[in-house]
Ligand binder design. Structure first.
Ligand SMILES: Cc1cc2nc3c(=O)[nH]c(=O)nc-3n(C[C@H](O)[C@H](O)[C@H](O)COP(=O)(O)OP(=O)(O)OC[C@H]3O[C@@H](n4cnc5c(N)ncnc54)[C@H](O)[C@@H]3O)c2cc1C
Length: 412
């Protein structure tokens, strides 16, 4: 699957990718992880911390899937607002899910501190503005709900928003304890760390199937077969090699990264900015004072090959940025299109397959993918070592919200 196209920014921040250690592939592992992106790397770390023997396999270079296109906004709020999630799955589970996301940002910060390279993790507030007057009521409802359940946030009126951000929108929620990260350095840092802990990282190996023979899994790959007690699919937006994926929409999205801007701060506290409209426009700044802007999602699963289309869409993103900040001198330096997946109920898929024993999944679909990768890796480290997790039902593959309605699980 063609998952990104165009000029990517993150690899330029780390021009030399670390050479992989030479390893002797073992005939058997406790866990084989299929996919060496954000989800695979964080899961490898969580499982290595439990002392398991692990191999991570990737058909590409590690970290070169969707994780290289990730814009690195880390937020406890989700594509689905808390009040809408309460309507969907009930107050207890919805609030718990939001708390898990808040905790995951703390865990991401702790992980960043363990890494051999600095992944540019910086705590930031987020500004979530009402795109127009008709969205203001829902933004205010959301603020009341977040406050009620103790989530760190404020509300800005139109005047306050203008004073702080110098653009005019009907109102905004400001959430605290969010963060930005360089996802490419972050994943590569985790991979270096797990490699030093004895995890085997194997690139350019395509997993083509998994069969169960008397409780032992046989992992078939493009270059041979080996065995594992458990398999974890962290294959991102691509279809895992076992079964058929349902319960998700795979779309594509566009991103621009500007040239460095001469004045700092570019805007109030280098906040992460997004909006109530769907699909939404979102933006952040970088440590070298650039602006990253993403949005304009389209109902097509593969990244376009057309440079002309990328230029056209990215010129539109620049126009939207310039409409908010007319005085900023904006020049595009990087522009790309990338595949982007969302689940039908806006929640990630995390857990064991309902009928295939020892097959686990961590598919963090949605704009908050990194937060889902973090909370999922922690949850899976419990589930895969035989423990229970009190919140696992919220994100399990076979769940009552949306996917089960038509009798399907995420992977059939
Ligand atoms: C444009 C864009 C912006 C985004 N912005 C944000 C953001 O601001 N914040 C945020 O939290 N999230 C964001 N995301 C989401 C985030 O990028 C994803 O959640 C994250 O990349 C998912 O990581 P992953 O490890 O699940 O997938 P990937 O990084 O895609 O890793 C999966 C890996 O599996 C490998 N693989 C697949 N099939 C096989 C196979 N059969 N055999 C072997 N290997 C296989 C692939 O080669 C790939 O390397 C964004 C995504 C996009 C596209």
């Amino acid at each position: 699957m063609h998952i990104h196209e165009g000029s990517l920014y993150w690899p330029t921040t780390m021009p030399v990718t670390p050479a992989r250690k030479k390893i002797e592939i073992a005939p058997h592992y406790d866990v084989v992880i299929v996919g060496g992106g954000m989800s695979g790397a964080l899961s490898a770390l969580a499982l290595a911390d439990k002392g398991l023997s692990i191999a991570v396999l990737d058909k590409r270079q590690m970290a070169a899937g969707s994780s290289i296109a990730n814009t690195g906004l880390l937020q406890y709020s989700n594509d689905i607002m808390l009040h809408a999630l309460i309507d969907q799955i009930g107050e207890r589970d919805a609030v718990r899910f939001y708390q898990l996301c808040l905790e995951a940002i703390v865990d991401l910060k702790k992980t960043a501190k363990r890494l051999p390279i600095d992944p540019g993790f910086i705590s930031r507030p987020s500004v979530y503005y009402a795109s127009d007057d008709k969205d203001l009521e829902s933004v205010m409802t959301e603020y009341v709900m977040l406050q009620k359940h103790g989530f760190p946030c404020d509300y800005w009126t139109e005047d306050e928003l203008y004073k702080q951000m110098s653009f005019s929108k009907p109102g905004a929620i400001v959430t605290y304890n969010d963060a930005e990260v360089n996802p490419y350095k972050f994943v590569n840092g985790i991979l270096q760390l797990v490699e030093s802990m004895g995890v085997h990282l194997i690139e350019y190996m395509d997993v083509t199937g998994v069969t169960d023979e008397n409780g032992r899994l046989h992992i078939a790959t493009s270059t041979g077969e080996f065995q594992a007690d458990k398999v974890l699919f962290t294959t991102g937006y691509e279809t895992p090699p076992v079964g058929k994926r349902v319960g998700a929409n795979i779309n594509r999205s566009y991103v621009i990264v500007t040239k460095p801007i001469a004045h700092s701060p570019i805007w109030h506290e280098h906040a992460l900015i997004w909006e109530s409209k769907r699909p939404y426009l979102y933006m952040r700044t970088t440590t070298d004072n650039r602006i990253i802007v993403g949005g304009l999602d389209e109902d097509e699963p593969e990244a376009t090959h057309s440079a002309e289309l990328i230029n056209k869409r990215c010129a539109h993103l620049k126009k939207q940025l310039q409409a908010l900040f007319p005085d900023l001198p904006i020049e595009i330096e990087f522009a790309y299109c990338a595949t982007f997946g969302e689940s039908l109920d806006s929640l990630p898929f995390i857990g064991e397959h309902p009928t295939k024993k020892n097959h686990y999944y961590l598919l963090g679909y949605g704009g908050n993918g990194t937060v889902y990768s973090m909370l999922g890796s922690k949850m899976l480290a419990e589930l895969m070592t035989g423990k229970e997790h009190p919140d696992a039902h919220i994100v399990q593959l076979k769940r009552s919200s949306s996917v089960i309605k038509d009798g399907n699980t995420v992977i059939t």
